[in-house]
Design a protein around this ligand. Structure first.
Ligand code: FAD
Length: 370
């Protein structure tokens, strides 16, 4: 008996548009062109952020996904194998330890380098176009799908204004410290009386600093002094220019309108204390990638059903994850206000239980495990 096998190759002429040209837009664009989908990125403002002190921590499993499905970033990342968390409330005693000294736990990358590597690759890709918003576009007719990652676009004001907002009453200060050569593979986070302060190594000579300070604005001299006071191990040579901006959080109530899906920090913006904002977006790209591949394999069009599938898959997970980060923020705020050590002591106790410590590490790496 003969079996005839027909291989049907469906030509993929799908065209999508991405609004905004930030990191979320570029990473999503690259994952889509890799799936041979035509992508137009439309922007109002472009260029690398003037702020070259911004860095992003990317978890191990997200780096692996980035390398495989988006673009190889091995050359621009700095791998870390441990995170130590301290609290002022316990007189700078260690609260939590993630990872050991040998495994890769997560990596730090400079935002502008990630942006540059993505742009360089995309600009040479035949599936990719980037233009300024100028011609009139009918978003529902001209494109199969639209991904909106632009906070200031009129579409955002029209369809994506219902959100749960969170005022942290905090300002983030970012800078890079230059120091003597040191084996620099451990990130440090200190829950100080003023707010969480992170030292995130980016080489043996440089470490990025993110200090989120509650309530009152500080001068650059005050920030400099605080960095000196809390610096546990670096022989400082120089503190670069300090940038500051107000922090706020949001979770969008509805992820899509017809064929338009909100994306990136427009969907969920969280406090930087756990370094998870962009990691959440990478997990979103992973899910989108799977949904799209499934549709392509079945010969189905990319239409608004993708948006509802994505929302059903991710909205509750993203909301629980963001709420978890807010809880950590509130928890240390409360402890700071009450000058109470009970909560920190409880965390310290649980962290000594290997199973619980492993669960924390896994959630930080892969997101919620369901
Ligand atoms: C100090 C700091 C440290 C961080 N560290 C990490 C980390 O270690 N790991 C990690 O995974 N993520 C981290 N993040 C989050 C990460 O930087 C963002 O998720 C990512 O840059 C968002 O890219 P985007 O393209 O979606 O937004 P972009 O288009 O680049 O916009 C940047 C931010 O500005 C906001 N924005 C734009 N316009 C406006 C406006 N008019 N009003 C108010 N807000 C506006 C956006 O919502 C977004 O939050 C950090 C964020 C901050 C603030």
């Amino acid at each position: 008996m003969y079996h005839l096998i027909f291989v049907v190759k469906i030509k993929n002429n799908m065209r999508v548009c991405i609004l905004g040209s930030g990191l979320s837009s570029l990473a999503l664009a690259k994952s889509l062109v890799n799936q041979k989908i035509h992508v137009d990125v439309l922007y109002s403002k472009r260029g690398y952020e003037a702020n070259k002190t911004r860095t992003i921590g990317i978890s191990k499993s997200n780096v692996e996904f980035f390398n495989e499905k988006i673009i190889n970033i091995e050359k621009i990342i700095y791998k870390l194998n441990k995170i130590e968390i301290y609290s002022d409330n316990l007189e700078k005693q260690k609260l939590i330890n993630f990872g050991n000294n040998s495994d890769h736990l997560f990596s730090i990358v400079k935002n502008y380098k990630l942006q540059k590597i993505l742009e360089k690759d995309l600009f040479n890709n035949k599936y990719f176009k980037i233009t300024n918003y100028k011609k009139k576009i009918n978003y529902s007719k001209d494109y199969d799908l639209v991904f909106n990652a632009d906070y200031n676009h009129q579409i955002t004001k029209k369809y994506f204004y219902k959100k749960i907002e969170k005022k942290y009453n905090s300002v983030a200060y970012t800078t890079i410290i230059k120091h003597n050569k040191i084996s620099n593979k451990v990130a440090i986070q200190i829950f100080t009386k003023s707010g969480p302060l992170a030292f995130l190594p980016i080489s043996e000579y440089e470490t990025s600093v993110v200090y989120s300070i509650n309530n009152n604005l500080k001068s650059n001299t005050e920030i400099n002094n605080l960095i000196h006071n809390y610096n546990l191990k670096y022989k400082l040579k120089k503190i670069d220019k300090i940038y500051s901006f107000e922090l706020s959080g949001l979770s969008l109530r509805s992820y899509f309108h017809k064929n338009i899906l909100a994306f990136g920090d427009l969907l969920h913006r969280i406090h930087p204390l756990a370094g998870q904002g962009f990691n959440m977006t990478i997990r979103d790209i992973k899910i989108l990638n799977d949904i799209i591949q499934n549709k392509i394999d079945l010969g189905l069009p990319l239409d608004s059903t993708l948006n509802s599938e994505f929302e059903n898959n991710q909205k509750h997970k993203n909301f629980i994850f963001s709420s978890g980060i807010d809880l950590i923020h509130e928890f240390f705020n409360l402890e700071r206000k009450n000058k109470n050590k009970f909560l920190s002591k409880t965390i310290q106790y649980f962290n000594k239980k290997p199973t619980i410590s492993k669960i924390f590490t896994k959630i930080a790496d892969e997101g919620l495990l369901f």
